[in-house]
Design a protein around this ligand. Structure first.
Ligand SMILES: Cc1cc2nc3c(=O)[nH]c(=O)nc-3n(C[C@H](O)[C@H](O)[C@H](O)COP(=O)(O)OP(=O)(O)OC[C@H]3O[C@@H](n4cnc5c(N)ncnc54)[C@H](O)[C@@H]3O)c2cc1C
Length: 455
């Protein structure tokens, strides 16, 4: 008798969970259905890029997909090139190769271990969780499983307010940068491209488009007009375990105090990055302690600053951005997008500066929205999530950070946790805050595999 499990999602989180599950030797073999949606299974959005300009923003030594095998990715990379060091920032394409190789190994091993695995290249349309199992529906087919996991990553980006229907229909306003980049061809024509949002997504777009379109001029607009901070040239461990800082933060869970404590700790450290990094293992606990109005305050006032220092870019990527600025190809502007209209064969943008400055207007041949991950379950075009939210099977996080869930990944509805319906990764942001990168996802995958198999 099989234990029936469904994993919904085709990215790195699903790949990590699948590999963890198939590595175990459970008393009961698994019948595992892996619904991979579109794209190459295991790579997902982040590691589907074929561009070697797109680098991991985490050093190679920290990118294993297995919590129990920390050198996993580094060993894989060094088998191809022994000069690679653990401190290197390697291409995301190579990481995708690693994920695919690990998944293939797990699938090859599965049959000999008595598991029955189906890789189903479909998007799941709807899911009906119940107390004793979960029904999965795609097209005309439905199947009943003992446990199901949502590993769908972030939600499709939605156009920003103020973008007119005509601008969206013109093809000159890009809401989804990843599929756009995948279809870009070399083109020497001069053109003006405006990026709205200035985080790591914008940086990826700038790296790729400036190579494909050598005569393009880029303007990047964000609230503060600042690029993400760079990593240090060399890796360094936190000076201490940060326990004193964590203790003080736990004692006073409000954002203003936390910002003060962080500023003080940074001022006393040789590099502020070590302070930020020392918080990482404690973030879920700190986030849990933060009352909802304080979380909302963080999102309103401090999120942008946090994202800049926490999601850093490799030093060589920073050097490329600086070279673009020096060459006059990249201009950064502070401002908020107020509106985008079609004006002849261009788009006309209106920006409001953040500190009361006058409205600024500009024209562009192309506008690309690069505002980062969308996690707002309350307003989404994602079919499955809409179905789950509309039917009350999941409860949206009130601040737009995924779904309500327990810290161990059980999805909740009406304040109660489904016993056999889980999420992994970005959908858990409201519960854990830090839940989008591989170092967190691999831990979740291991714990979830234990829970599903019952060890
Ligand atoms: C550009 C980029 C760069 C990043 N770089 C790093 C990095 O260097 N290091 C790091 O640790 N993290 C990085 N991240 C964070 C990244 O989110 C995680 O590392 C990881 O890729 C998340 O994988 P995921 O499977 O949760 O999501 P995704 O990669 O988004 O995969 C979700 C998958 O689910 C599928 N899906 C959606 N709906 C359905 C459905 N109804 N049925 C079936 N399938 C469905 C989608 O098609 C997709 O394939 C990066 C993220 C991005 C976007």
């Amino acid at each position: 008798m099989y234990r029936r499990v469904a994993i919904i999602g085709g990215g790195a989180a699903a790949a990590a969970l699948l590999s963890e599950l198939l590595e175990r030797q459970p008393s009961q073999p698994l019948h595992l259905d892996w619904y991979t949606g579109g794209g190459t299974p295991a790579r997902g959005v982040a590691y589907g890029t074929r561009s070697d300009k797109h680098l991991l923003n985490v050093r190679a030594a920290s990118m294993s997909m297995f919590a129990g095998k920390p050198r996993g990715f580094l060993d894989f990379a060094q088998r191809g090139d022994h000069t690679i060091a653990g401190t290197d920032f390697l291409p995301r394409r190579l990481y995708g190769d690693y994920l695919e190789a690990e998944v293939k190994r797990a699938l090859d091993h599965a049959a000999s271990a008595g598991h029955d695995v189906r890789v189903l290249p479909f998007a799941v349309d709807s899911v009906v969780p119940e107390n004793d199992g979960v029904t999965i529906i795609h097209g005309e087919e439905s199947s009943r499983v003992d446990a199901a996991v949502l590993a769908i990553g972030s939600l499709p980006p939605q156009p920003l307010g103020g973008v007119s229907e005509a601008a969206l229909a013109s093809g000159r306003y890009v809401t989804e940068p990843w599929s756009f980049l995948a279809s870009v061809k070399p083109d020497p024509r001069p053109r003006k491209v405006v990026l709205v949002g200035l985080g790591l997504t914008a940086v990826d777009v700038l790296l790729e488009l400036s190579a494909q379109w050598p005569n393009a001029e880029f303007v990047a607009v964000s609230r503060h007009g600042l690029l993400p901070e760079p990593h240090m040239e060399t890796a360094s461990a936190p000076v201490d375990d940060g326990s004193e800082l964590i203790e003080s933060m736990r004692d006073a869970p409000d954002i203003r105090t936390w910002m003060r404590l962080l500023r003080e700790a940074a001022a006393h450290s040789s590099d502020w990055r070590t302070v930020i990094d020392s918080l990482r293992p404690h973030t879920p606990l700190l986030w849990r302690l933060l009352p909802e109005p304080e979380r909302a305050r963080f999102l309103r006032h401090a999120r942008w600053a946090w994202e800049r220092v926490r999601h850093r870019m490799p030093p060589q990527v920073m050097a490329s951005m600086q070279a673009m600025e020096r060459a006059g190809k990249l201009h950064r502007r502070r401002g908020r997008l107020q509106g985008v209209e079609v004006a002849g064969d261009k788009l006309h943008l209106e920006l409001r500066a953040t500190h009361g400055e006058a409205l600024h207007v500009m024209d562009a041949d192309l506008v690309i929205q690069t505002v980062g991950l969308n996690t707002d379950v309350r307003r989404t075009s994602h079919r499955l999530i809409r179905q789950l939210a509309t039917n009350g099977h999941v409860t949206p996080d009130p601040l737009g950070l995924g779904c309500r869930a327990t810290t161990d990944g059980h999805l909740q509805h009406d304040g109660r946790a489904w016993p056999h319906f889980y999420a992994i990764g970005t959908l858990l942001r409201g519960t854990l805050w830090e839940s989008t990168a591989m170092p967190e996802i691999r831990q979740q995958a291991r714990q979830l595999a234990d829970r599903i198999i019952g060890t």
